[in-house]
Design a protein around this ligand. Sequence first.
Ligand code: AKG
Length: 291
Amino acid sequence: MHDDEPAARVLGLRDSEVARALEDQGYVNLGPFLNPEEVRGCVQAFGKAVERLERPIGDAWFPTILLPEDDVRDFLTAELAQRVSPHLGEVFDLTELELIRLDLSVKPPSPASELGPHQDFSLIDERRWRSLYLWIPLVDTDERNGTLHVVPGSHRFTNAIRSQHVPAVFDEVLPQVHESAVRLDCRAGDLVLMVSGVVHFSPPNQTGDVRLAAHGIVKPTEAPLVFYYADDDTPSGKVECYELDLATYVRQIRAGRPSADVPRSALVDRPPSSMTEARFRSGLAQVAAGP
Ligand SMILES: O=C(O)CCC(=O)C(=O)O
């Protein structure tokens, strides 16, 4: 974000105080959202999906949107949508916002299941609009099973342009990230909302059971999806923007440069790829000073 540009507003929330909290702090736990039966249904769907995979799920954290098995991925999204979608209108004005992703965040019981500090990829032009990340744990979560941790307000001073090909890393400030983060202990079925762009992480799952969360993204309906791309052929210091549908976006994460018939919609300045301690500390001070 440039200092001279006003920050994009969070639009489409039914509760304006929730919208202000999201703009200011970048996250909010709205409490109970799915009922116990709906939570059980989502967990059972995961069990069926694993049977269909006929292979071990491994030790590392993964989102099921990246499963290569199209049928299993689609099965899970349909099962989750059946339970989550009927509630979305309680929180969002669905004439303004649309759900563009819904899958499972799977944290197997393993030291390898840690998910380090990161910002999610930006899916829209965050200088104009805000998209929101939904996180709905399907078990009670705490430090032991690797609950979500967030750095309050970090969407206000970190990169607005992020993708597989335009990374934003926090390796230089790991102690500061951990010191400034808030741990979100939740009950199964709670809804946590986060502005896409907030720095977050989840420690390894040290229990004996897999830790599941349904997670998704809503974005303003009018905002096109943007795939940010850069390689050696990109003009120095710039990022290429392509407007794609979600399936193509997910494919391009692996495939890289879009084919020549996809028009480039813009060329924008490339943000710094690694967060420095000075920038992180000054960002935190700006957040502490108020909205
Ligand atoms: O479920 C988790 O542990 C966190 C998931 C997450 O950070 C993500 O999907 O970006």
